[in-house]
Design a protein around this ligand. Structure first.
Ligand SMILES: [Fe+2]
Ligand SMILES: [Fe+2]
Length: 178
C-alpha cells in the first residue's frame, strides 16, 4: 500500500503554521479566505429559502388540518421540521465560516429562492410546495457546482440537504398523482 501523498493534502509546514496562528478564528483556515465571503453569501440565500419554506409548510400544515386532510397535513409538518433543521445547519456553517447568519424577516421573501404560498385548497398547496422544492433542488445543485472543491465541508452539508429536497419533491409528486 502506498503512503498517502502529502502534496495532495496541501498541508506543508507553512500552511500548518498559518493554521496554528489562526486557531482563534475557529474552523476558518486561511485557505478559505478568497472564497469565504462568496460562500457565506450563497449560504445566506439558502438560509432565507429554508426559513420561507418553514413558514409555508407550517401554514399549510395548520390549513390542511382545518380542511380535514390530516395525512397530508402531517406530511407538511414533517417537511416544515426538515426545512427548519436545514436552516439550522446552514446558520451553523455560516458562523463557522466567520459570517453572520441573516434571519431578518423584513427581507426574507426577497432573499429566498422559493416563494411563500397562501393557497386554500390541498391540491394548490401540494403543487406550490412541489414548485418550491424543485427551485430548492436546482439552487442547491448550482451552489454545489459553484463551490466545487473550494470548501468540502460546506459542499457535504449542501449535498445532504439536496438529497432531502429531492426526497421531498418525490413525495409531493406522488401526492399529486393520488
Ligand atoms: Fe430544506
Ligand atoms: Fe424540502
Amino acid at each position: 500500500m502506498n503512503a498517502p501523498d502529502k502534496r495532495h493534502l496541501q498541508l506543508d509546514e507553512k500552511a500548518l503554521d498559518r493554521a496554528r496562528q489562526h486557531l482563534d478564528d475557529g474552523a476558518v483556515t486561511p485557505s478559505y479566505g478568497p472564497w469565504r465571503d462568496e460562500i457565506v453569501k450563497l449560504l445566506n440565500g439558502a438560509l432565507a429559502t429554508e426559513l420561507v419554506c418553514v413558514l409555508r409548510y407550517k401554514r399549510h400544515y395548520f390549513t390542511a388540518h382545518g380542511l380535514s386532510a390530516p395525512r397530508i397535513a402531517e406530511e407538511f409538518l414533517e417537511h416544515a421540521n426538515a426545512e427548519s433543521g436545514h436552516a439550522d445547519r446552514l446558520a451553523e456553517r455560516i458562523v463557522q465560516l466567520g459570517g453572520s447568519p441573516d434571519f431578518n424577516p423584513d427581507s426574507l421573501t426577497q432573499r429566498s429562492h422559493a416563494g411563500y404560498d397562501e393557497s386554500d385548497n390541498i391540491k394548490a398547496m401540494v403543487r406550490s410546495n412541489l414548485v418550491a422544492e424543485r427551485v430548492a433542488v436546482e439552487s442547491y445543485r448550482q451552489m454545489i457546482n459553484l463551490i466545487g472543491d473550494k470548501d468540502p465541508t460546506t459542499r457535504r452539508i449542501l449535498e445532504e440537504v439536496l438529497a432531502d429536497e429531492e426526497e421531498h419533491a418525490d413525495e409531493l409528486a406522488d401526492m399529486l398523482k393520488e
